[in-house]
Design a protein around this ligand. Sequence first.
Ligand code: ZN
Length: 178
Amino acid sequence: MTYRLFAATLLSIAALAGCAAATNDRAGRITGPEPDRRAAQRVLDLLPRGFDLPIAIIDPDGVPDSTAVRRLDAFTVAEPDGTIRPRIYLNRESLVVRKAVKGSRFYLTVLAAIIVHEAVHVRGGSETDARQAETRFFADLQARGLVDPADGDRYLALLRSRESADGHSERDRTAPRR
Ligand SMILES: [Zn+2]
């Protein structure tokens, strides 16, 4: 989803993240509190070759409308002119992020697919485009043997049901409709 309400709120957070991400090495691409940041580096190994968007892990307590952010796994931010900021934000309190940070192999793959979804929004893609890319990418991870087959099949079924559903997915339920 693209979250339009927090553009101003998140400016200061994004500025801090930008400082920390000033280097070009992989370790600089994820910013946020430890140990989340260090653990989430593992997700970079799963992302498509050439993926270069910075990722900022956000503590929802640090933003005024924390209730809304708490309901999201990930989001992007629209600038006042409508362009999407080239950065992906993760809610560190989301179940997916917490499990991934704890090292769950399955949730690392789920999070990687969510990041691929958000990257489509950064490129201007619609919710449908983003969901299709997320499903394709997760299916590819499974085909490469990176996901337990039973877990992967269940999650793929969920992703495919979301693809055909109208409106935003459960994960995106607080997002303004686009
Ligand atoms: Zn979306």
